[in-house]
Design a protein. Structure first.
Lengths: 235, 413
């Protein structure tokens, strides 16, 4: 697709953290991630530290969800960040970028947990959005004067983005919410006491397709609410 | 294959190590057999736990051209040599690994807090250099104890120092861990943390042990830390085992002279009018309660100070004074009884909130460390996830234990 003047191109990646990916895996709705890759050309990637943490937590806490995670990896819906992936997406000096991510990640990991540290390090170095559920960790880094690349997406940004693009429907979102409640996962305040559909007026969608009408709150609700518009690369 | 070789040399179980590092077992096995290289993010932690430098771990990664056999022959970490002893069980080795991971987090916490306590260095070096190695071990231990008490101000008032041992050692920057483990190990000393900031750690097994006994064990291990860690990497002491080895005699005398030097015994006997030729169960209990040492050690110290003779030593050792000690001091109570005896609410990091579990193993973290992690979290120096990582518990456990301490600005979305 030819770039439109004045409209920023889609980011090549979304770097995901364990906390958010666990919610997506537990909710059993990975279709929106597939749509991101196939229709928008955005690959969801994770750092090796997140891969290790994600596998471990799913193994320990949600062993019944292992097939879903495995499928996400084998279908390359989620990929582990590597030099080859960077090269394939047009990044120059892949090795140098990986080195930078390692150094920055190690620095961040003194203050936030390993997965968060390397996710935000990759987001910063590659200038792409991060998918992370832990607002506390983000504030910790911001309070330390560390600039975090924004927007920072949450699991529900991906799920609702799925509804916006027609990848899933509201019923699937409701099922996802049920799965999360059953797994005792923390829900966003907007959806804690009501269905996803009913909570939409209080939810500011941070990941929007510019090919479909925006849904949810029209103005930011929370401090970190910033929006990114992405366009379909396939027609 | 280097990781596999190192792990084999430590006799640590691979599944335990995967849990210790917080990674899935199948992924860990891929690193072990060399299908995938050990990721860089894991090297600092791995290096700190295993005692192999990051540089070495990197230099033997697949494709470096150095053979696994060479690595196995040359790189087995020194600290683990002794830990392969047949007398040790896997629980012992795994506990050491857990404590070494704690050392890794302590290094990180020190950087965040901007304070790295290394006051032990000049004190330990001073004692090490001052005591003449040609002297008999008992004299070495006695001289070292006198120096230690004087340098750390523990000799003020010539009273029992049991309550001050732990705070003093922590102020010096020594890691003190007391945790129960069903094993023959009574105590050990080894270093934790990275090569450049190695910190001595003394461990006392609290399984079926008393506070009085552990005071002696901790100081015994400090004796080893001062004199032996440089050459031995790790020193292990077993229950019910006595040794005439120079190192053991020196460490034992050091512990005895630190806890119950003659001056302390005399001060207590004067205070309570204790008659050495006619010790009752109450007077032995008083000696224990106020010298903070166990019965056997107090009486041995009295014997060495020529306050009682050998016959009296044997006679008094058989006196059961446990009921009297319980009347005199709360230190004779177990943790549950002690907590029940306290009218005020205990801080969150007391007792069970300090426990961490990893598979079959559990460790009671030092209260000072837990307090510091919680401080760093409530002051927003570290995230909730990091605090949970440092306390080696999952987030759900962390929240259930400490959520009430949160200032409200740090709720996960």
């Amino acid at each position: 697709m030819t770039p439109t003047p004045g409209v920023p191109p889609n980011p090549a990646f979304i770097v995901a953290d364990t906390s958010a990916l666990i919610q997506i895996i537990v909710s059993e709705e990975i279709a929106p991630l597939r749509v991101l890759k196939q229709d928008f050309g955005i690959q969801v990637v994770i750092h090796e530290a997140v891969e290790a943490e994600l596998n471990w937590r799913i193994q320990k806490k949600f062993p019944e969800k292992r097939p879903i995670l495995k499928k996400a990896f084998t279908s390359k819906t989620i990929e582990v960040l590597s030099r080859a992936i960077l090269d394939g997406s047009g990044y120059k000096s892949g090795n140098a970028l990986i080195d930078q991510i390692e150094i920055l990640g190690q620095r961040f990991s003194a203050r936030v947990d390993r997965g968060e540290a390397y996710t935000h390090a990759a987001g910063n170095v590659l200038s792409v959005p991060a998918l992370s559920q832990d607002i506390a960790a983000i504030w910790n880094l911001i309070n330390e004067g560390i600039d975090i690349h924004r927007p920072i997406l949450r699991a529900f940004d991906v799920l609702v983005f799925g509804v916006q693009t027609g990848a899933i429907d509201w019923e699937a979102c409701a099922r996802a919410r049920k799965h999360l409640i059953k797994a005792k996962e923390t829900l966003l305040p907007s959806f804690q006491n009501c269905s996803v559909e009913d909570g939409m007026p209080q939810f500011y969608l941070r990941l929007c397709s510019s090919n479909s009408p925006v849904i949810g709150a029209q103005t930011p609700v929370e401090k970190l609410d910033e929006r990114i518009y992405i366009r379909k690369t396939t027609l | 294959m280097i990781l596999k070789n190192i792990l084999e040399s430590t006799k640590l179980d691979a599944n335990f190590c995967a849990d210790l590092l917080g990674v899935a077992t199948d992924q860990f096995h891929e690193w072990l057999i060399g299908t995938r290289p050990v990721p860089r993010f894991l090297l600092p932690e791995l290096s700190s736990i295993l005692g192999v430098s990051e540089k070495i771990l990197l230099s033997f990664s697949p494709g470096s051209g150095k053979s696994a056999a060479f690595a196995s022959a040359t790189l087995a970490p020194a600290i683990w040599y002794k830990l392969r002893d047949a007398k040790l069980v896997s629980a012992d080795r795994e506990l050491v690994a857990l404590i070494r991971k704690l050392g890794f987090f302590m290094d990180q916490l020190a950087i965040i807090r901007g304070e790295k306590l290394r006051r032990f260095e000049p004190i330990f070096r001073g004692i090490h250099d001052k005591v003449h190695r040609a002297l008999p071990p008992v004299v070495q231990g006695r001289e070292a104890a006198s120096e230690f008490r004087s340098m750390t101000d523990l000799d003020h008032g010539q009273s029992g120092i049991g309550e001050w041992i732990r705070p003093t050692l922590r102020k010096l920057g020594v890691l003190v861990v007391e945790s129960p483990i069903k094993s023959d190990v009574e105590g050990c000393a080894f270093s934790v943390g990275s090569d450049c900031s190695a910190t001595p750690c003394v461990y006392a097994n609290s399984y079926k042990s008393t506070w009085f006994r552990r005071n002696g064990v901790i100081l015994h291990e400090i004796g080893h830390a001062i004199f032996d860690l440089e050459s031995d990497q790790v020193s292990i002491d077993y229950k019910e085992e006595t040794s005439d080895e120079l190192k053991e005699l020196r460490a034992q005398t050091f512990a005895q002279e630190c806890l119950v030097p003659k001056a302390v015994l005399v001060q207590i006997s004067n205070r309570f009018g204790i008659k050495w030729d006619n010790l009752t169960s109450m007077s032995i209990a008083q000696l224990m309660a106020y010298s903070h040492a166990e019965q056997r050690l107090v009486l041995k110290a009295a014997h060495d100070a020529e306050l009682i003779d050998t016959e009296q030593l044997q006679q008094y050792t058989n006196v059961d004074c446990s009921a009297d000690v319980r009347q005199l001091t709360t230190h004779a109570l177990n943790t549950r009884e002690y907590l029940r005896s306290q009218a005020f609410e205990m801080p969150k990091w007391i007792a069970e909130n300090r426990n961490t579990e990893l598979g079959r193993r559990s460790l009671r973290l030092p209260s000072l460390y837990v307090g510091q992690v919680l401080d760093a979290w409530t002051n927003q120096q570290i995230s909730e996830g990091k605090a949970a990582e440092m306390l080696m518990v999952d987030r759900d456990t962390f929240r259930s234990r400490f959520n009430s301490l949160s200032k409200g600005t740090e709720k996960a979305a």
